[in-house]
Design a protein around this ligand. Structure first.
Ligand code: GDP
Ligand code: MG
Length: 439
C-alpha cells in the first residue's frame, strides 16, 4: 500500500525542520505512482504533483507530526480541495431541465431514476423523459424505473428516430403533468462517435437545459479524460455524476474528469438501488485515491490527542527504571484516548513495527476498563511499590475492583515483565528507537 512504501521514504525525512525540494522528491515519486495506480490520468497526475510540490516545499514541519505524514496530509487536503472545489447544488429554479449524457452502461437510466427519487424527497415534482431511441429496451427500462419511484415517464413510440421531435412532444406532455423538474435520459455509445455527439448537440441546443450532467462510471480509468473532454466540448457539461463507486473503482477517474473539465462532481452512485445516490464527498474520495483509508484523519487525531510532554515524561521515567502503577495508569489513559489505536497504527508510516509488539488485548476497551479498576483499587503505596502486593492484598484488590484474583495476578505479572524489560537498557533503547517519531 501507499503507506507501506511511504514508510520507507519518510524515514529519511525525520528531524528535518522544513520540507525542502530535495527531501520531498522521493515522496512525490511514491505518491505519483499511487495516483497512477488509482487510475489518475498521467498528465493530470503530473500537473497535480507539481502543484502540491509548490505548496509543500518550504512548509514548516509541524512538531507534532512527522514530515512524511505532513506531506501526505498536504496531498490529501489538496486532493480534496481539487475534487470538491466550487461545489454547487443543482440549479433548477428556471426551466428545471436536466440533461443526462454519457457512454453506454455508465448508469444514465438508473441515475435518472435515482435523481427523480432524490428530488421528490426534496419536495420537487420530477418527470422522466426517455430520449434514448437507439435501443427499444431503453424506453421500457426508464418506464420501469419511473414506476419504482412513482414518477411519471414520457415514453415515445418505439418507431421514433428524431430525438428533438421527441423532446418537443415531451415538453407539451410535461405541461399536462404539473411537474417542475424534467430529467432527460439519452442514448449512449460504447465509445464517443460523431453521430452521438451530433444528436446530443441538437438535443442540447433545443432544450437549453439548466443542468447538463455527465454520468460516468468510476471505473472508467484512463479513458475518463477523453470521455469528459469530448462531452464537455460537445455540449458544455455543468457537472458530473460518478457511478458505481460501491465497486472497487480506485477513484482516479474522478480526479481526472474534474481536473480536465473543471466541472464539479455533484453526486456519487453507490449501488444499483434507486436510493443509492449520494452527495459527493471529496474527502473520502481523496482517501480512496491515496489508498490509505482514513489514515490522514487518524494522523490528525493522534497529533491532536497525545500530549507530547506527557508522553515524554512517561518515556523518561520508563528509561530511568522508575515505573510504577501511576505511570501505568497514565499510559493507559494515553492509549485509551487514541481509541482504536491498534488498527490505526498499522496505517501510519513508521508505526508498523511498534504495533507488532503490543498485544491485541491491550487495546480491548473492556479489558482496559477492568485493568483500570484494578489499579484504582490499589492503595497509593501499592501503586508506587507494587512489590508489596502480597496474596492477602491481591484478594482485597480483586474484591474491590470486582475481578478475580487470577486477573489481578495476571496484571501484576504483566507489570513485572514490563519493568524488567525497562531495566534492560538495550531493550529500552530499541523501544525508544522504534518510537522514533518522538523527539
Ligand atoms: P446507461 O446505459 O448509461 O443508461 O446505464 P444503466 O442505467 O442501464 O446502468 C447500467 C448498469 O449499471 C445497470 O446494471 C445498473 O444497475 C448499473 N448501475 C448503475 N449505477 C450503478 C451504481 O452506482 N452502482 C452499481 N453497483 N451499479 C450501477
Ligand atoms: Mg440507458
Amino acid at each position: 500500500s501507499l503507506s507501506d512504501s511511504l514508510d520507507k521514504t519518510f524515514r529519511n525525512l525525520r528531524g528535518v525542520g522544513k520540507i525542502s525540494e530535495k527531501n520531498i522528491t522521493d515522496a512525490l515519486r511514491e505518491i505519483r505512482v499511487a495516483l497512477l495506480e488509482a487510475d489518475v490520468e498521467y498528465l493530470v497526475a503530473k500537473e497535480f504533483i507539481a502543484h502540491v510540490k509548490e505548496k509543500a516545499v518550504g512548509a514548516e514541519v509541524l512538531k507534532s507530526i512527522k514530515p512524511g505524514e505532513q506531506i501526505v496530509k498536504i496531498f490529501h487536503d489538496e486532493l480534496a480541495e481539487l475534487l470538491g472545489g466550487d461545489q454547487v447544488p443543482l440549479q433548477l429554479d428556471g426551466s428545471g431541465r436536466i440533461l443526462l449524457c454519457g457512454l453506454n452502461g455508465a448508469g444514465k437510466t438508473t441515475t435518472a431514476g435515482k435523481l427523480a427519487m432524490r428530488l421528490k424527497r426534496e419536495g420537487k415534482k420530477p418527470l422522466l423523459i426517455a430520449c434514448d431511441l437507439y435501443r427499444p429496451a431503453a424506453i421500457d427500462q426508464l418506464a420501469t424505473v419511473g414506476k419504482q419511484v412513482d414518477v411519471p415517464v414520457y415514453t415515445p413510440d418505439a418507431s421514433e428516430t428524431d430525438v428533438v421531435k421527441v423532446a418537443r412532444e415531451a415538453l407539451t406532455w410535461a405541461e399536462t403533468q404539473n411537474g417542475d423538474v424534467l430529467i432527460f435520459d439519452t442514448a449512449g455509445r460504447q465509445e464517443i462517435d460523431e453521430r452521438l455527439v451530433e444528436e446530443l448537440k441538437r438535443l442540447h441546443a433545443f432544450l437549453d437545459p439548466q443542468e447538463t450532467l455527465l454520468v460516468a462510471d468510476a471505473a472508467t480509468g484512463q479513458g475518463a479524460v477523453s470521455v469528459a473532454k469530448h462531452f464537455d466540448e460537445a455540449v458544455g457539461i455543468t457537472g458530473i455524476i460518478l457511478t458505481k463507486l460501491d465497486g472497487d473503482a480506485r477513484g482516479g477517474a474522478a480526479l481526472s474528469m474534474r481536473s480536465v473539465t473543471g466541472k464539479p462532481i455533484k453526486y456519487a452512485g453507490e449501488g444499483e438501488k434507486l436510493d443509492q445516490l449520494f452527495e459527493f464527498h471529496p474527502d473520502r474520495m481523496a482517501d480512496r485515491i491515496l489508498g490509505m483509508g482514513d489514515v490522514v484523519g487518524m494522523v490528525e487525531q493522534v497529533a491532536g490527542r497525545i500530549d507530547e510532554k506527557d508522553a515524554m515524561k512517561s518515556m523518561e521515567r520508563m528509561a530511568s527504571g522508575k515505573f510504577d502503577f501511576y505511570d501505568f495508569l497514565d499510559q493507559m489513559k494515553m492509549i485509551s484516548k487514541l481509541g482504536d489505536m491498534k488498527g490505526l497504527m498499522g496505517l501510519i508510516p513508521g508505526f508498523n513495527k511498534i504495533k507488532k509488539q503490543i498485544p491485541d488485548a491491550a487495546f480491548d476497551p473492556k479489558r482496559m476498563k477492568r485493568t483500570e479498576a484494578i489499579v484504582l483499587s490499589m492503595t497509593p503505596d501499592e501503586r508506587r511499590r507494587p512489590e508489596i502486593i502480597k496474596p492477602s492484598r491481591r484478594k482485597r484488590i480483586a474484591a474491590g475492583s470486582g475481578v478475580t484474583i487470577i486477573e489481578v495476578n495476571r496484571l501484576l505479572k504483566q507489570f513485572g515483565d514490563m519493568r524488567k524489560m525497562m531495566k534492560s537498557p538495550k531493550k529500552m533503547q530499541k523501544m525508544m528507537g522504534q518510537m522514533g517519531g518522538m523527539p
